[in-house]
Design a protein around this ligand. Structure first.
Ligand SMILES: Nc1ncnc2c1ncn2[C@@H]1O[C@H](COP(=O)(O)OP(=O)(O)OP(=O)(O)O)[C@@H](O)[C@H]1O
Ligand SMILES: [Mg+2]
Length: 575
């Protein structure tokens, strides 16, 4: 709760000006509205006295009329201003939250399902808007309640006390009953988010569903998770809300009748003029109306704070860039050193153990090893996706955790195992690697990566839409796009994760030429299963069970007749 309050306080501070304007207008509006029952009560009393001049009656009616117009106008005005402010704040919060989402560390993204997170974000932002609208809309009502109670105390304090007593009971009952309901609702939120996460995952991998003809099973699963699980819970909470509503209505009716009865009694005793009697009921309406919505606000406030709390929790996760230092190297040579590096994804399941390796400036190092041994992990440690559990990784002698993450990643280009592209034109995708690249730069890079020819063959060439809405590129084509992007980025350090795995022999030969040009003068780490790619490397590093077991150039390792030799002869035999 404290977090939510602080979060809201920060927002309010930021929008102080708008809020104060709303509050000032609201205060005046409520004050005018609170005078109205007094005016018509007096008017009634005057009307009952035959000697009253017409002028007094007419001027009271005119005042009544003007006050009504003003208070209606201000309440509409504050409502509108609150709506606009709420929308503005929620959009800001949403934009901030999405931006934050990008900055979250890689392990978070790998662990959490996107659907779940996105739902948390949009729900939090939506709730925030709702909350601000309601708060700014009911503030005038709250003032009206206070003014009305004061007026009632002045007119007839005994009657006012009955009402105040009713208000207190109403409020206590509401609060007492709401908290347990909110607890159940928090559970519901959690279930909802989980289910959305699962659905999103299935939608994202729809072809997997199709390949295994699991549509019907998915339907069953959806019904089970959405309908069966949630309906009974929703039923429970709805029943509880309804019960609370009934109690509130009873209190309202009983107190209304009690006040009405007592007021008639006072009227007959002559303690209350008929005008005051009317006035009093004007004030009861004025006070109970807002009081009723006040309890609704409490409900909304508590409910919202559940959603907002989850939203804040997400915003609390420290961006990965904050785990890094701020250092920038003036000129980069591109020497990478692993010093006793160990890493594990899961506790006590080390993927990499005690890795010591020096990759010199401009050197090409090939990483070889069985599938799942940790080659991709090795490269992802260099770009700071993960932090080593033990040991350090140095760039030109500086611990990379001391380097500014954005800067570090700008020095490295990765050609990933499987490149996903944005739902956009090819040219825009390519420009993502280097926003300043000219069309000539892009064509030159594409030619070097042997991508230009196949791109030219598309009717729209570089303007071809790729991704979900556009052309599906083949794996080999995507790899060549990835290599083009690496050319465009043109960094000091290059990581190629199976760059030619999806290519046929002919394309491989071509792309290999492109790669040879690309790695010229760069420190390169190349991961490959194909020995045609590996054998030219300056140094070949063999990983086995998370450790470096062999190191040397192709001829040395062949002579050694170890794991490398075994893998090599195996592949040769296959070919
Ligand atoms: N996010 C993760 N959480 C837990 N374990 C992971 C995660 N990513 C990878 N692993 C595990 O770490 C090990 C190394 O994975 P990695 O992707 O580095 O292997 P690889 O050598 O690149 O394999 P391949 O040649 O098949 O690409 C594997 O056993 C894998 O299951
Ligand atoms: Mg891999």
């Amino acid at each position: 709760m404290k977090q939510v309050n602080r979060f809201l306080a920060d927002i309010f501070k930021e929008h102080r000006k708008e809020l104060i304007t709303i509050l000032i207008i609201a205060t005046f509006g409520s004050l005018f509205a609170a005078i109205i029952p007094y005016i018509y009560g007096r008017l009634f009393d005057f009307a009952l006295i035959p000697q009253t001049s017409l002028n007094i009656l007419i001027s009271l009616i005119v005042i009544w009329f003007i006050l009504s117009i003003i208070s209606n106008y201000t309440s509409n005005k504050t409502g509108l201003m609150g709506e606009i402010l709420g929308a503005k704040i929620s959009l800001e919060a949403e934009a901030n939250a999405y931006a934050h989402f990008f900055s979250l560390p890689v392990p978070f993204h790998k662990k959490k399902q996107k659907g779940e997170v996105l739902r948390k974000l949009s729900r939090g932002a939506w709730t925030l808007q709702n909350m601000i609208e309601v708060v700014s809309g009911t503030f005038p009502q709250f003032l009206m309640l206070i003014f009305s109670v004061i007026a009632m105390l002045l007119i007839q304090w005994q009657l006012a006390l009955i009402l105040i007593f009713a208000f207190i009971i109403y409020f206590l009952i509401t609060i007492k009953n709401i908290d347990p309901i909110l607890k159940i609702q928090e559970e519901e939120h959690k279930i909802f988010e989980k289910q959305y996460g699962k659905v999103y995952d299935k939608l994202y991998n729809v072809f997997l569903v199709k390949n295994f003809a699991m549509e019907d099973d998915e339907k069953k699963r959806l019904f089970n998770s959405f309908v069966t699980k949630l309906v009974s819970s929703l039923e429970k909470t709805s029943t509880k809300w309804a019960r609370l509503s009934i109690m509130q209505d009873i209190i309202y009716s009983v107190s209304f009748v009690a006040v009405l009865g007592t007021a008639i009694f006072f009227l007959r005793l002559g303690e209350l003029t008929p005008g005051e009697f009317i006035m009093f009921f004007g004030y009861i309406n004025l006070a109970f109306g807002p009081f009723r919505s006040l309890s609704r606000i409490y409900r909304l406030f508590k409910r919202s704070s559940v959603a907002i709390k989850r939203f804040i929790k997400l915003k609390r996760i420290v961006p990965e860039s904050m785990k890094h230092g701020n250092k920038i190297l003036q000129s980069v040579k591109g020497e990478i050193t692993f010093e006793n590096v160990s890493f594990e994804y899961l506790k006590n399941k080390e993927v990499l153990k005690n890795i010591n390796l020096k990759i010199k400036q401009g050197e090409t190092v090939a990483l070889v090893g069985k599938s799942g041994v940790g080659k991709t992990t090795f490269s992802e440690l260099i770009i700071g996706y993960y932090q080593p559990k033990k040991g350090r990784i140095l760039l030109d002698g500086v611990d990379i955790s001391k380097l500014k993450l954005k800067w570090l990643r700008n020095q490295i280009a990765i050609v990933p195992q499987d490149l996903n592209l944005f739902n956009d034109t090819l040219i825009n995708n390519l420009k993502y690697a280097n926003p300043n690249a000219t069309s000539e730069d892009i064509i030159r890079a594409a030619q070097a990566a042997f991508a230009h020819d196949f791109i030219k063959k598309f009717p729209k060439g570089y303007k071809t839409l790729v991704g979900e809405d556009g052309i599906k590129l083949s794996m080999g084509q995507r790899q060549r796009i990835a290599i083009t992007m690496a050319f465009l980025k043109n960094p000091k350090i290059l990581i190629l994760d199976e760059p030619t795995a999806a290519l046929d022999a002919e394309s491989e030969k071509n792309v290999q030429k492109g790669i040879n040009e690309l790695i010229e003068g760069k420190t390169t780490i190349i991961i490959a299963h194909r020995f045609s790619t590996v054998r030219n490397a300056d140094k070949i590093v063999v990983l086995d069970s998370g450790e470096i077991t062999e190191m040397g150039n192709h001829d040395e390792l062949i002579r050694k007749k170890g794991l490398y030799y075994k893998l090599y002869t195996l592949q040769k035999g296959l070919n």
